[in-house]
Design a protein around this ligand. Structure first.
Ligand SMILES: Cc1ncc(COP(=O)(O)O)c(C=O)c1O
Length: 321
């Protein structure tokens, strides 16, 4: 069976319907299965294309976004890339506001797609490649200011229900269709928590026994209620020490998993070498968390997780050195 190769009339139609692949090599010697949703095959090379399309189309439908109005969003790069694609195709000017701590490929890609990119300095003492909640707060202040100055629509991925709906209406149901409903557990590294919440809601609606685990950086596991010891982790795209997350309802969460930088990096490298899956830090974190489940409470079971974005977005980092 191959992917649908019908003629499409816009890259908007290419978003979603990504493959679900069993990672049969990385799980050798471990009882159970890991199924990974290959989200880096979206047009912007990440899962965030899905929420970009959903937020913009929901806002068009409810009248909060006017024709030609500027769109502004805070991004670690992936939502911005999705919005650059969607806004470019639909005729909305787009301003991406991002921390300088994120990898520079992201800024260049958004600019190439027609976005205006505003880079915000990190807090004094912060390290490039390690974006903390404090760094993100500075980006939030800049995004608010630019939104007000330009009379813009703020995509607001941390709060807009389009973020949840993208995964509740599409990612989750796709997973269920692709695995024939045979899933015991789901885990995902949280930034906004939109992917986690939307997929968890869809999976639990199918079968309330599916257990859903939030993944956080070890040292910054605030959602689990653990005191933060190190906010400056390397898993870009989440782990911002923000709690609670608006989109994540307590009833979606069965447990919390923590992954170190080293584990995320080691598993991202194994994914590339052993599975041919060229993905980023947070995908490594997700599969590391899925392996923790197979070695612990979910031995012998089927775990679904997400390959969030492409390893190409980290060529300037030492992930591949
Ligand atoms: C690479 C990467 N991983 C994980 C996440 C977290 O996804 P979510 O915001 O749905 O929790 C993001 C979000 O931007 C991301 O860019």
């Amino acid at each position: 069976m191959s992917r649908d190769t019908r003629l499409c009339y816009s890259l908007l139609d290419v978003i979603g319907d990504t493959p679900l692949v069993e990672l049969g090599r990385i799980t050798r010697g471990v009882a159970g299965r890991v199924l990974a949703k290959v989200e880096y095959l979206n047009p912007g090379f990440s899962k965030k294309d899905r929420i970009a399309r959903q937020i913009i189309e929901d806002a068009e439908a409810d009248g909060t976004l006017m024709p030609g109005q500027t769109v502004v969003e805070l991004t670690s790069g992936n939502t911005g890339t999705g919005l650059a694609i969607v806004c470019g195709l639909k005729g909305y000017p787009f301003v991406a506001v991002m921390s300088k701590g994120n990898s520079r490929e992201r800024a260049r890609m958004m600019a190439a797609l027609g976005a205006e990119v505003v880079l915000v300095d990190q807090l004094p003492g912060s390290t490039p490649g390690q974006v903390s909640g404090g760094d993100l707060e500075l980006v939030e202040q800049a995004a608010r200011r630019i939104t007000a100055e330009r009379g813009a629509f703020r995509a607001d991925q941390f709060h807009h229900t389009g973020n949840f709906r993208a995964h509740f209406l599409h990612t989750g149901p796709e997973i269920l269709r692709q695995c024939g409903g045979e899933v015991d557990a789901f885990c995902d590294f949280a930034g906004t928590g939109g992917t986690f919440a939307g997929c968890a809601a869809a999976l639990k609606e199918h079968d309330a026994r599916v257990r859903c685990y939030l993944v956080e950086p070890a040292g910054a596991a605030v959602l689990a209620g653990v005191p933060v010891t190190d906010p400056n982790h390397r898993i870009q795209g989440g782990g911002y020490s923000m709690a609670p997350l608006d989109l994540v309802r307590p009833e979606y969460v069965d447990g919390y998993l923590q992954v170190t930088d080293d584990e995320a990096i080691r598993v991202a490298r194994r994914l590339a070498r052993e599975e041919g899956a060229f993905a980023g830090f947070s995908s490594g974190a997700n599969v590391a968390a899925a392996l923790q489940l197979l070695r612990g409470p979910c031995a012998g079971q089927t775990i679904v997780t997400i390959l969030n974005d492409s390893g190409l977005k980290y060529l300037s980092t030492d992930l591949w050195s």
